[in-house]
Design a protein around this ligand. Structure first.
Ligand code: FAD
Length: 630
C-alpha cells in the first residue's frame, strides 16, 4: 500500500491541473487515471477558451497553471472573440491540435517532480469514519492519501444515447465508472443527473470545401499565456457553412428517433450548447444555423462540425449532414452521441472544493455540474492547491467573486448549485470591468508566486509591468496642455473641439473621439511621451484605465462593500436555530447551505437583507462564535 499526500482520481482537464498544482507545491502526489493515453483528452470540441472561458484560462495561467501554456504551444488558430466590444467582454479562443495538446500535457506531467502517474480504475474510496483516507482500484491496488480529489468527469454512471441505442460508457469507447458511483451515493450525498452531447466527426476527404467560407484567425496572434510560451504550430483556417430547410425537415421528420425527444434522456443538457434537434425545435423561426467546420489536428482526417451536437441515430445523422452545403457527399468517421451522467450537487462543497461532510474529499470539474475544459481546469487548480495546503496543514486559498472569474465560478456552484451544466459567461461576474482577461496577470500573479506555483521571474516581470503602467498613468494625469493655437488647430483638424482651458493628457484621452493610437498621431504628442519605452500591453492598460476610470472607480467602491461582508466569517457548525429574528425558512436554508461567510449567506436565494442584518448583528455580538470560523 503506497502513501501519498494528495491523490487525484481522473486525468481530464480538472485532473491534470489538480495534480500539477499539488506536486508543484511540493507535496507527494499521485495521478490515478483509467488510461494514461486519455490524459487531457478533448472529449468534444478541439478548442480552448471563448467568451468567459478565456478569462478562466488567463487566470489559471496567472496563478501558475498549465492550460494557457499548453493551448499556446498546440494552438492552430487564435482569435479574440468580441474584439469590437468593450475590454470586459473580450474572450480569447484557440483551435487546438488536440493530439499534440494531450502529448504536451503528458510530457509536463511526466517531467514533474513529486508526481507519480498510475493507470487504474478507482472503484472504492477508503474511509476512517467520515474521513476519506485512500482509494482502491478494480485491480485491487490500494493507495493512501491525506487528501483525495475526484475529477471523474462524465464517467459516473455514464450512459451513452444514440437514437434508441444505449451503451454504458464514460465517453465513447471508454467504460463508465460504476462502482465508484455507488461509493459516492453511499456517502449520502445529494446527486443529480445531467447530459451533454457531441456531433459526428467528419472525414475531411469527403468535404467540398469550395461550398464553404474560409475563416482565418487573428494576425498578429494574441496568446493566452503571459509567460514564455511559443505559438509554434502552423496556423490553419476553419470553414463556415449553414444548415437549411432540408436539414431541418430531416431532423423534424425523425424527431421521435432522437434520444432527447423520445424521452429516453432524463438528464438536463447545457442550455447554451444545445443539440441541433433542440435548436430546430426551440428556434423554429430560424431558417438556418451556422456551422463551423473545425480541424481536430494538423494531420488528422477528422473534422469537428461545431453546432451539430446530436443524439439522433447514425443513419439520420448522415442524412441531415448531407443536406448541408459542402457536406453533400460527406462520410462520418464517428457518429455523434449524447451522454447522461451523475454529478454531485455542488452546494455540499466548501469554497475549497472539499466536501463539507466528508473530510479530505475534494471534487473538481464536470462531477460538480459544470461543462467545459476551462471550468474543469479552473476547479482542478483550486482543488489541487487546497488539497496540498491541507496536507501541509496551511490555511486554505480562496478566490473571491471580486478577485477572479474562478471565484465567481466556485461561489456560484457552492452558493446556488446548478440544475443544468454550468458554463462560464462574462455576465455571471458582477465586477466584470475589473475582472478582465487583460489584467489577469496583475490580479493574480502575486498569489500564484506566493503559493509556489508561478516561477518568480514571471511575478517580477508583472511587477515591472505594473511600475511602467503607474508611471505612464502618472504622466497622463500630470502632463498639462495649454490651449495654444498650434494645439487647437491640430485638434480642430482632427474633428475635435479645441481646448478652452488647460487640460491633462488623460482628459484628452477620455474624449470619446480619441483612442491612444489616434492621440499618438498628433504632432504635439510626439515629444510629450517616450512612446518607445512602453510595451503595447502597458499602453493598452493605460488606455483602458483612463477611458473607463469613472466606471472602474464606482466598481472599486462596490468592491469594498462586497469585501466587508466576505470578511465576516461564519463557522460551519453555527446553530442557526438559536438566533432570534430569523424565520424558519431562512434557518432551514442556512442549515442546508452552511455558508462560509456573510457575503456567501447574502447570495443564497431566499436569504433576505433583513436576515443578513440579523446575522451580522449576532456575529458582531458574539466574537467567540466568529473566532471558531477562522
Ligand atoms: P474529463 O475530461 O471527462 O476527465 C475525466 C477523467 O477521469 C478521464 O481521464 C477518465 O479516464 C478519468 N476517470 C473517470 N472515472 C475514473 C475512475 N473511476 N478511475 C480512474 N479514472 C477515472 N464541454 C463543453 O464545453 N462543450 C461541449 O459541447 C461539450 N460536449 C461534450 C460532449 C461529450 C460527449 C462529453 C463526454 C463531454 C463534453 N463536454 C463539453 C465536456 C467536457 O469534455 C468536460 O466538461 C471536461 O472535459 C470536463 O473535465 P473533467 O476533468 O471534469 O473530466
Amino acid at each position: 500500500m503506497k502513501n501519498y499526500d494528495v491523490i487525484v482520481i481522473g486525468g481530464g482537464h480538472a485532473g491534470y491541473e489538480a495534480a500539477l498544482a499539488a506536486s508543484r507545491m511540493g507535496v507527494e502526489t499521485l495521478l490515478l487515471s483509467m488510461s494514461k493515453d486519455t490524459i487531457a483528452q478533448m472529449s468534444c470540441n478541439p478548442a480552448i477558451g471563448g467568451v468567459g472561458k478565456g478569462h478562466l484560462v488567463k487566470e489559471i495561467d496567472a496563478l501558475g497553471g498549465e492550460m494557457g501554456m499548453a493551448a499556446d504551444e498546440t494552438g492552430i488558430q487564435f482569435r479574440v472573440l468580441n474584439s469590437s466590444k468593450g475590454p470586459a467582454t473580450r474572450g480569447s479562443r484557440c483551435q487546438s491540435e488536440m493530439y499534440e495538446y494531450k502529448i504536451r500535457i503528458r510530457q509536463v506531467l511526466e517531467a514533474q517532480s513529486c508526481l507519480t502517474l498510475a493507470e487504474g480504475l478507482a472503484d472504492d474510496l477508503l474511509f476512517e469514519g467520515q474521513r476519506v483516507i485512500g482509494v482502491r482500484t478494480a485491480a485491487g491496488a490500494e493507495y493512501l492519501g491525506a487528501a483525495i480529489i475526484m475529477t471523474t468527469g462524465t464517467f459516473l454512471n455514464g450512459l451513452i444515447h444514440r437514437g434508441t441505442e444505449r451503451v454504458e460508457a464514460g465517453r465513447i469507447n471508454e467504460p463508465p465508472a460504476k462502482k465508484i458511483t455507488h461509493s459516492m451515493h453511499s456517502l449520502g450525498l445529494k446527486m443529480g443527473r445531467l447530459k451533454t452531447g457531441t456531433p459526428a466527426r467528419l472525414d475531411k476527404r469527403t468535404i467540398d470545401w469550395d461550398q464553404t467560407a474560409e475563416q482565418w484567425g487573428d494576425d498578429p496572434i494574441q496568446k493566452f499565456s503571459f509567460r514564455d510560451s511559443v505559438v509554434r504550430l502552423p496556423q490553419v483556417p476553419c470553414y463556415v457553412t449553414y444548415t437549411n430547410e432540408d436539414t431541418h425537415r430531416v431532423i423534424q421528420d425523425n424527431l421521435q428517433q432522437s434520444a432527447l425527444y423520445s424521452g429516453a434522456i432524463k438528464g438536463i443538457g447545457p442550455r447554451y450548447c444545445p443539440s441541433i434537434e433542440d435548436k430546430i425545435v426551440k428556434f423554429a423561426d430560424k431558417n438556418r444555423h451556422q456551422i463551423f467546420l473545425e480541424p481536430t489536428g494538423l494531420e488528422s482526417l477528422e473534422i469537428y462540425p461545431n453546432g451539430l451536437s446530436t443524439s439522433m441515430p447514425a443513419d439520420v445523422q448522415l442524412k441531415f449532414l448531407r443536406t448541408i452545403p459542402g457536406l453533400h457527399n460527406v462520410e462520418i468517421i464517428r457518429a455523434g452521441y449524447a451522454i447522461e451522467y451523475d454529478f454531485v450537487d455542488p452546494t455540499q462543497l466548501l469554497p475549497t472544493l472539499e466536501l463539507k461532510d466528508v473530510e479530505n474529499l475534494f471534487l473538481a470539474g464536470q462531477i460538480n455540474g459544470t461543462t467545459g475544459y476551462e471550468e474543469a481546469a479552473a476547479q482542478g487548480l483550486m482543488a489541487g492547491i487546497n488539497a496540498a495546503l491541507k496536507a501541509q496543514k496551511k490555511p486554505p486559498f480562496i478566490l473571491k467573486r471580486n478577485e477572479a472569474y474562478i471565484g465567481v465560478l466556485i461561489d456560484d456552484l457552492i452558493t446556488k448549485g446548478t440544475s443544468e451544466p454550468y458554463r462560464m459567461f462574462t455576465s455571471r461576474a458582477e465586477y466584470r470591468l475589473h475582472l478582465r482577461e487583460d489584467n489577469a496577470d496583475q490580479r493574480l500573479s502575486e498569489k500564484g508566486w506566493r503559493l509556489g506555483l508561478l516561477p518568480e521571474e514571471y511575478y517580477l516581470r508583472v511587477q515591472e509591468k505594473q511600475k511602467h503602467i503607474h508611471s505612464l498613468l502618472n504622466t497622463f494625469e500630470t502632463s498639462r496642455i495649454t490651449p495654444r493655437s498650434e494645439i487647437n488647430d491640430e485638434l480642430i483638424a482632427f474633428g475635435e473641439t479645441p481646448l478652452k482651458t488647460t487640460a491633462s493628457l488623460a482628459d484628452l484621452l477620455r474624449r470619446p473621439g480619441f483612442t491612444l493610437q489616434s492621440l499618438k498621431t498628433l504632432n504635439f504628442m510626439e515629444t510629450m511621451i517616450p512612446w518607445d519605452d512602453f510595451a503595447p500591453e502597458v499602453l493598452s492598460q493605460v488606455e483602458i484605465t483612463i477611458k473607463y476610470d469613472g466606471y472602474l472607480n464606482r466598481q472599486q467602491q462596490e468592491l469594498k462593500q462586497f469585501d466587508e461582508l466576505e470578511k465576516i466569517r461564519i463557522p460551519l457548525e453555527l446553530n442557526y436555530g438559536s438566533i432570534s429574528g430569523l424565520s424558519r425558512e431562512v434557518i432551514e436554508k442556512l442549515k442546508h447551505f452552511r455558508p462560509a461567510n456573510l457575503g456567501q449567506a447574502s447570495r443564497i436565494s431566499g436569504i433576505t437583507p433583513a436576515a443578513v442584518n440579523v446575522l451580522r448583528i449576532f456575529l458582531k455580538n458574539h466574537p467567540s462564535v466568529q473566532a471558531k470560523a477562522s
